[in-house]
Design a protein around this ligand. Sequence first.
Ligand SMILES: [Ca+2]
Length: 262
Amino acid sequence: MPFEPGELVAVAKRDGVEVARDVLRTAGQAAEVRLSREEIGALAFVTAEVVDSAGVLVPSAEQELTFTVTGGTLLGTDNGKQDSAENYQSATRKAFAGKALAIVPRGADVQVAMAAPKRPSATTADASYSGSAETQPANMIDGDPTTAWSNHYVKEATGLLPAISVAHARDWVSVSWPEPRAVEAVELTFVVDTAHAVPASIEVSTSDGTRYAPVRSQQGDPAPTTRITFDTVTTNSLRVDLRSLAPGETNGFLGVHTLKAG
Ligand SMILES: [Ca+2]
């Protein structure tokens, strides 16, 4: 069965009546650390689990976790990895299979900080220009349909000049991933509102590692959700050049909620 992210539900029935149910969910990106503790005798065993924004354990997480203990001394840390060369006395330990353990005196309080996730396998997005801190390129690949990249900017009025905010003639957005793979389409969902319009034209390019060149046989017309198909290319980066419908006007800005290469 080909891999698809989602939910796998196993339901056990006896005489047609459900008696047990188990659910496996695909984990998203590491978002936070969940702590649980078990106290045995004079000791507390505090388990840290790296979970995604829905609280699902991220089994691939290997982030460094740093434990801070108050009301007692950190006695040791572990992550269950047999061949780990890390110091068992260190307050910092990498998660293994998404988990790490701290041992402290019973009653001591434990806080944990997670280092910025190392995601060499991450997809990244870029753009020739972003209008504000709230409309960065990463918004195109965050899986959130409400966030967007945009080139809309507002240059505040000064004593001499009125506020300026007019659309660029063109800008580009791009998406890159670590390992080359075959792609034959790109799908974009554009922002359409009083300031933003669907672009006048869309051109998809791919990089050979040094420069971008248009992909062949591009088909698809600009629309709020546009799918451009093209001859299959094997690449790790696509760039999409967008031309404004109203350059120099206040209603010709470009915005992209979602950019997907497939
Ligand atoms: Ca988004």
